[in-house]
Unconditional design. Structure first.
Length: 186
């Protein structure tokens, strides 16, 4: 019985010590101070790196560009773009990498050095008509086959003036991919 009393007395002393320890204030640990500015909060329609609108259209600079699973050389290549001047839609940015997709939605992360700000368009209608002015009744100056890539010179709300192998004309936006529906290009 003496042992039990001794154990209970020891337990009582331990409980008292723990209660006293909890009552003493523990100083909060502060985060280490750095010279870095705070992380920038990104907006869904503005690129964090360039502050340009997302999504936006660009073109493939060279004749080949690897699209990777993630933003970095360690990520595997999922897709290879092989047409110079191909229009691509940038949907995200991370450091020197841009997530892009083509007309069919295929794509991945591409290094920004493989992209150009030169605007191009992909003809999405077989035998699409190019007119001399932006009017359905205007003279047809050429026809373009499905899949042809041309350079966008300017766009109004419904038409774009394009150059296809040196031939220039106006084409309905509904016949091309590489420009937003409501976009005006000057």
């Amino acid at each position: 019985m003496k042992r039990l009393v001794a154990v209970l007395a020891l337990l009582g002393a331990l409980v008292g010590t723990l209660a006293a320890a909890q009552e003493t204030a523990v100083p909060e640990i502060e985060a280490p101070k750095t010279d870095r500015p705070p992380e920038k909060q990104c907006q869904p329609d503005i690129g964090c790196v360039t502050n340009l609108p997302l999504p936006r259209f660009v073109s493939l600079k060279g004749s080949e560009g690897n699209a990777r699973r993630g933003p970095g050389l360690t990520h595997r290549i999922d897709w290879v773009f092989t047409r110079a001047g191909m229009p691509l839609k940038i949907t995200a940015e991370f450091e020197n990498w841009r997530r892009v997709e083509d007309y069919e939605g295929a794509g991945g992360w591409v290094h920004y050095s493989l992209l150009s700000g030169v605007r191009s368009a992909l003809i999405t209608l077989d035998m699409a008509e190019l007119h001399d002015t932006p009017d359905d009744g205007a003279t047809v100056v050429a026809q373009a086959e499905l899949g042809v890539i041309g350079r966008i010179l300017e766009c109004n709300p419904a038409w774009c003036r394009v150059s296809l192998d040196g031939t220039r004309g106006w084409i309905r936006k509904s016949s091309i991919w590489g420009v937003k529906e409501d976009e005006v290009v000057q």
